[in-house]
Design a binder for this molecule. Structure first.
Ligand code: SAH
Ligand code: ZN
Ligand code: ZN
Ligand code: ZN
Ligand code: ZN
Length: 455
């Protein structure tokens, strides 16, 4: 059974067991180096408890950003000034502009002079070599390597704050083909550097008309892309580190010149707060909407939100127009979810989209088939249930119908008369007091969360 470990980080801490509730991005919030902080409150049994406080939007781990302020706290002028100074000094040492200039110089160098410092994760110009002498570095950095920064940079691995899970070639190629088949010409890549890179790389090599703008918090990418290709962006508080100019770049990109249609594709960290993410995506959608006088006939900006299936009800809460596709997205550097020798591990990660499900064609050669009743492609194991009148499996395995629960459940479950619902055979009937991963309420676990069956 997949899922647990990959998402056991921030969301659980913030929305579940530790009982923290997000009260959202609020205007006038104090800033840390990652932009405006978010307002939280401790909860117990689903009720607010204690003082509200601001904490960093991007970092779950105090070690990465220890910003903290009570909502009603009086902050002295001196502390405000010190904080501003701190925020300034915690910005990257080179600006994006400087990095673009450095890149221009770098590509002019002959191969033997092209070095990449692995410790500093930085392209080095010859004048800088001295400072990195005792660092590990790669030499002879080729044009191909410069076109695939996600292969060159080592994926960030901080479990709590920013673990980067890169698409397998199979998943990335599938997404790109799908985008093209659907007729999109522009991709707003929010936290999808590998997809962005595939598009950029194709565009530089052949006659390829799709363009991409990457929005990501990982500033290392500014070494490889111009200001028109990359914006340093925080998707938990919709913060553009590059200020109004960067925001304007994004706005311009969303403006559909000569009918070039835009799609937003996002693959946020799974520990992320769904509510904060949804709020930022709504702002990006609003930005798109404002670019068109007619307001796009009340349409929503086409979107793929890539996220684990057990967040389905949470996502639909914020985006009722979305539906979940059966396609299993998998990743190169996640041990649990890549193709193994013994066949495929089932990935819990899916595509949520506001496009018409029947238009999202899934690869038949991987076993997906079209269900004429549900009007969507489903995985091979997903059987249409006559009683539910839908293809009910969420995890790709064949689910079975429970007449008592009046719904389909996982194959490994059976009905428990104590708990009055289906559960694993060896479950303990006592209610747990740790909060549920999905809704944060006590009394049940994620797997039996009532909000999950609400669709
Ligand atoms: N599968 C994607 C990568 C997803 S990993 C691909 O292969 O392209 C999550 C991505 O979100 C990473 O690129 C990470 O840098 C980015 N990210 C993490 N926290 C973020 C934040 N607060 N704001 C914006 N991007 C963030
Ligand atoms: Zn170095
Ligand atoms: Zn069906
Ligand atoms: Zn059923
Ligand atoms: Zn049951």
């Amino acid at each position: 059974q997949g899922g647990g470990s990959m998402a056991a980080g921030g969301a659980a801490a913030a929305e579940g067991s530790r009982g923290l509730a997000l009260l959202g991005p609020v205007s006038g919030a104090p800033c840390c180096p990652h932009g405006p902080a978010l307002l939280f409150v401790k909860t117990s049994q689903g009720k607010e408890e204690g003082r509200r406080f601001y904490a960093c939007s991007a970092c779950r781990d105090r070690k990465d950003c220890n910003f903290f302020q009570w909502e009603d706290e009086k902050v002295s002028e001196a502390r405000l000034a010190a904080r501003e100074e701190y925020n300034r000094s915690h910005q990257p040492s080179f600006t994006h502009r400087q990095n673009v200039e450095r890149f221009k110089d770098f590509v002019l160098l002959p191969l033997p002079k092209r070095r990449f410092c692995q410790e500093c994760q930085q392209l080095l110009l010859p004048a800088e070599w001295e400072k990195h002498l005792d660092h590990q570095f790669l030499r002879d950095i080729s044009t191909a390597q410069l076109r695939s920064p996600s292969q060159l940079l080592c994926p960030l691995e901080n479990k709590k704050t920013n673990a980067q899970y890169l698409f397998t070639d199979r998943s990335c190629q599938f997404l790109l083909d799908l985008i093209i088949d659907l007729g999109f010409r522009r991709v707003l890549s929010v936290g999808t550097p590998r997809l962005h890179e595939m598009i950029q790389s194709k565009a530089s090599q052949e006659d390829f008309r799709v363009r991409s703008l990457l929005l990501d918090i990982d500033f290392r990418y500014s070494q490889f892309y111009t200001e028109d290709e990359f914006c340093h962006y925080n998707m938990f508080n919709h913060y553009f580190f590059g200020g109004e100019a960067a925001c304007e770049t994004c706005r311009k990109f969303l403006y559909e010149d000569n009918g070039e249609r835009v799609i937003m594709i996002t693959d946020p960290p799974f520990g992320g707060l769904v509510e904060a993410l949804a709020s930022s995506f709504k702002k990006l959608m609003a930005m798109w909407k404002e670019t068109e006088k007619e307001g796009h006939n009340n349409q929503e900006m086409p979107t793929f939100w890539i996220f684990p299936y057990f967040f389905e009800s949470r996502i639909l809460e914020f985006f009722p127009s979305f539906s979940m596709m059966d396609y299993q997205v998998d990743y190169d550097n996640h041990a649990l979810y890549k193709h193994g020798k013994t066949g495929r591990r089932q990935s819990p990660v899916r595509i949520f989209t506001n496009l018409t499900p029947s238009t999202i064609v899934l690869p038949v050669e991987e076993g997906y088939r079209f269900c004429a009743i549900c009007q969507r492609y489903v995985s091979s194991g997903n059987q249409h249930c006559e009683i539910c009148n839908s293809c009910t499996s969420k995890d790709g395995r064949r689910w079975k119908h429970c007449v008592l629960c009046k719904k389909c459940v996982k194959p490994s479950w059976s009905h428990c008369n104590n708990c009055n619902c289906c559960a694993l055979q060896n479950h303990t009937c006592e209610k747990t007091d740790a909060g549920c991963f999905v809704c944060g309420k006590a009394g049940h676990k994620r797997s039996t969360c009532p909000s999950l069956s609400r669709t």
